[in-house]
Design a protein. Structure first.
Length: 330
């Protein structure tokens, strides 16, 4: 079993990624840390706990982390993800939980307990990871693998012409993290940027077909109703922008690559983050001139294999007896 931690700003596609992680029989999700990004920290914690409860895993701890980027608040992505962060989905309020550890304390403890084996996936801004690296500069050496959804290398940005949202939201944190993970001895690090995530779409028709396939599974209706309600907000937005009714699977791809790196082809490059540019703050700069680098930049993806894998994962989760969809509607 691969010990796994996700660091999230839940968000529609973060939720899709969480459900994927929970479906994997080869992974043990030790806990999920939350960071401000798509929504504020309180909503990110609440959404994460609600999604874990939907999947019958309210026992998995959610560790709150940073409530703002290192240099202060910059705004959220509620235009993309809706006011709650989960589009039109209405999940029950999660039951009160015992006071959880801070995300940074939780990472450092887990990295010690699972020295050399822990896989960490960040699908939000890198604030929590930067704070953890500041506390323990050896953290990059203690992990087995680090995968980040972030950046745009040979393509333009999404939040600005140059920058991808997760890096743009806290460029100083991203710079600290990439420099720490570029050092000798650091765990293999993979950046899943827009170059590859934009190739990984899940369409409204895919979700409709998934709902039909899972209709008689114990948790099928609950899971697929959630996925469709969450994604519908995004589909409507895409349609207004003249784009197909499909979700770009940014965060689920990062989770999938953390467990199966063969889904992407990476090139080891030096990578840094622009922090001062008037038009380019938050841009990821990979140096393609041939200098040796240590950050694996994903430039190609097996998109159809990933899509099939994702749909199979949710089908598997829908059939699991310990999922607790009866919490819906309470
Ligand atoms: C990233 O930004 C967020 O809005 C998504 O959840 C994803 O992590 C894509 O740029
Ligand atoms: Ca995210």
């Amino acid at each position: 079993m691969i010990p796994l931690i996700l660091d999230v700003d839940t968000g529609i596609d973060d939720a899709f990624g969480l459900l994927y992680a929970l479906s994997r029989p080869d992974a043990r999700l030790l806990g999920v840390s939350a960071v401000a990004g798509n929504v504020n920290l309180a909503k990110a914690v609440r959404n994460t706990r609600a999604v874990l409860a939907l999947a019958g895993r309210p026992d998995i701890p959610v560790w709150p982390g940073a409530a703002a980027p290192l240099l202060g608040h910059v705004g959220d992505a509620s235009d993309i993800h809706g006011d709650s962060g989960l589009g039109h989905a209405l999940l029950p309020e999660p039951a009160p939980a015992p006071v959880a550890a801070h995300a940074v304390d939780a990472f450092l403890a887990a990295a010690r307990d699972h020295e050399g084996r822990l896989v960490l996936v960040a699908t939000g801004p890198l604030t929590n990871i930067a704070l953890a690296v500041a506390r323990d500069p050896d953290l990059p050496r203690r992990l087995a693998r680090f995968v980040v959804m972030g950046g745009a290398f040979a393509v333009g940005g999404n939040v600005t012409a140059a920058a991808e949202f997760n890096i743009w939201h806290d460029p100083e944190a991203a710079r600290i993290v990439l420099r720490a993970f570029s050092q000798e001895g650091a765990a293999p690090t993979i950046l899943i940027g827009l170059d590859v995530t934009r190739q990984c779409l899940l369409s409204e028709a895919d979700l409709d077909a998934l709902a039909a396939t899972c209709a008689d599974a114990p948790n099928g209706p609950a899971l697929t109703t959630f996925l469709r309600d969450a994604a519908r907000h995004y589909f409507d937005l895409m349609q207004r922008r003249g784009r197909p009714r499909a979700l770009v699977m940014h965060d689920p791809l990062a989770v999938a690559v953390a467990l199966d790196p063969s889904l992407v082809r990476t090139t080891a490059l030096p990578v840094d983050v622009e922090t001062r540019g008037e038009l380019t703050r938050g841009q990821t700069i990979a140096d393609f001139r041939g200098e040796p680098g240590r950050i694996g930049v994903a430039l190609e993806v097996e998109a159809s294999r990933f899509r099939a894998d994702y749909l199979a994962a949710i089908t598997r989760l829908a059939g699991e007896p310990d999922c607790l969809p009866q919490e819906r509607g309470q």
